[in-house]
Design a protein around this ligand. Structure first.
Ligand SMILES: [Zn+2]
Ligand SMILES: [Zn+2]
Length: 317
């Protein structure tokens, strides 16, 4: 099959073996897959992953133990826990130390014609969600993870920092809580996507700012945490969504002095993400910069790595 593999460097291959489905897994023919910052950071060395990249996808089930799934159009959760360890037994499979993660850790991903995933990870898509929209389910779910971790109500002043792919999704999810939201970014044209949805936006250099109860860093840069530390009120919270390969020296004394809570946040609920796309709480149609055939995957990847570019999507047929 065709695949974009990463073994020290990115390479498009036409002779990659079709993955064999293990017991309990489905074989899925990939229709479309989105390039995420995590993919770009893996190539920069954020994780020592080797194999097929890609974890944001939509596809059709071709083989499965449970035949009722065959032919269904699905998206899939990316964590594949062992099922037997202490974390798994507590229902914390996303933190299973033995887990594999699609296209990130120990399991080939979706920039390929085929992918395998446990049946338990699959979610059938309603017909009203297009393939292009479905590619956003995984990152939207990750935005909803914040609502599982922090109680947010109409009285809360919330700042979403960063107007990249994830920032635009997180801001829309936060807006759905009715909180007092400000989206802070560097690109007027990207903030405009949120302004059209009646979300208050500001350019980062437009300060001075009021202090916020909650700052969510989606900048993808170590600078984001610095800005969050500046903007959060004493005893407020910071949620970190950025992962990056580069380390940087940070002065965390503000965290101590202001007794700020710092919280990491990763994968989230697919069901809520699918519902949000269905009822229009999150809109993604103006977030796709360009669509490429899988055959042009390396070209797509270099465009996605460029600053200012939003979602780049691969289609397989
Ligand atoms: Zn991602
Ligand atoms: Zn486990």
């Amino acid at each position: 099959m065709r695949a974009l593999s990463f073994h020290k460097r990115l390479k498009f291959r036409k002779d990659y073996p079709i993955p064999q489905r293990a017991e309990g897994e489905a074989l899925i023919r990939v229709l479309q897959a989105g390039i995420c910052n995590t993919d770009i950071e893996i190539v920069r060395g954020y994780m020592p992953f080797q194999g097929v990249l890609g974890h944001e996808f939509v596809g059709v089930v071709e083989e499965a133990g449970d035949k009722t799934w065959i032919g269904k159009r699905v998206v899939g959760e990316i964590n594949c826990p062992c099922g037997g360890c202490e974390y798994c037994r507590q229902g914390l499979g996303n933190h299973c130390p033995n887990r594999k993660v699609l296209g990130i850790l120990g399991k080939d991903g979706a920039f390929a014609d085929y992918v395998t995933l446990p049946m338990a990870n699959l979610h059938e898509l309603p017909a009203s969600i297009s393939n292009l929209q479905a590619v956003f389910v995984e990152p939207i779910a990750s935005a909803f993870r914040i609502l599982e971790q922090v109680d947010i109500g109409p009285k809360d002043r919330v700042a979403v920092l960063g107007d990249g792919k994830l920032g635009l999704l997180v801001a829309q999810v936060m807006a759905s809580t009715g909180c007092e939201l400000t989206a802070v970014g560097r690109h007027p044209e990207k903030l405009e996507i949120l302004a059209k949805r009646k979300i208050k936006t500001r350019l980062v250099h437009e300060g001075p700012y009021q202090k916020f109860d909650l700052c969510i860093d989606c900048t993808g840069s170590p600078k984001g945490l610095e800005l969050a530390l500046d903007l959060v009120r004493p005893m407020g919270k910071i949620v970190l969504k950025s992962t990056f390969a580069r380390g940087e020296r940070l002065n965390l004394s503000q965290l101590v002095v202001n007794e700020v809570v710092l919280l990491g946040s990763r994968c989230g609920p697919f069901k809520r993400a699918i519902e949000a796309l269905q009822d229009g709480a999150v809109e993604v149609d103006n977030m796709v910069t360009k669509v490429y055939n899988l055959g042009e995957a390396t070209k797509a990847f270099s465009l996605a790595s460029r600053k200012g570019v939003l979602k780049v999507v691969l289609y397989m047929t």
